[in-house]
Design a protein around this ligand. Sequence first.
Ligand code: ADP
Ligand code: MG
Length: 256
Amino acid sequence: MTMQTKSADVVACRQARKTYGSGEATVVAVDRVSADFAAGEFTAVMGPSGSGKTTLLHLLAGLDTPTEGSVSIAGIPLAGLDDRALTDLRRDHVGFIFQAFNLLPTLTAEQNIVLPLRLAGRRVDTARLRAVTEQLRIADRLRHRPAQLSGGQQQRVAVARALLARPSVVFADEPTGALDIATGRGLLAGLRDAARRDGQTIIMVTHDPGAATYADRVLVLADGAIRDELHAPSREAILAATATATATATATAVRP
Ligand code: ADP
Ligand code: MG
């Protein structure tokens, strides 16, 4: 068996494991997960609360280090990188959309969107800025500060910030969690377009089967392991798979 990843895989993990604590108190958050995420592929990660979704996302994004196993981004194994090299790799290849929007309150929407590029000392592609903000329907809100925007508009500013630099891969943890249905669907369509049109790889954690239908593929976790993998699934197929995962999981499914 070869441990090398295909060059088309933007993100890959092999036997990735993450444990917290030690001895009797050891918690296995991610249990030997192997998965590949191809260029332009939109993957949803689902599973009951406590099944390891957020931990897996952080491992794949290089925000956290596996206890065992390996993760690579853009064909580069993360294990060999020092902090500086890891920061550079994330800057060049990775975008994030967090559930909390993480916008800076004193900056306008536009200043928030271009901030990562400015901090990296990179040029802002104004045509790209216009295209992304028009597509997300915030082009007429760019001079507003976050407090002057609705929750949905703030979240779309965060999405524009993640997409602007054309990262190879965008990670999103429950990006529609705080949004009404219509706004959430607009955001999901934007992510799907980023995958289909711009070839960006999307890896999104969600507990919403409707949101997951926007993905090409759904990975269902239970107890830190991949319990099921669905391709272009219907909402009904997702509901069935997640119900089974929840019923068989030993982790308690308590939602915060
Ligand atoms: P999910 O996102 O699917 O709800 P998480 O990845 O947040 O699951 O958590 C998976 C498991 O790991 C849970 O049992 C959780 O309590 C545990 N866990 C997560 N982060 C930590 C941590 N920093 N310290 C100890 N246990 C953790
Ligand atoms: Mg989580």
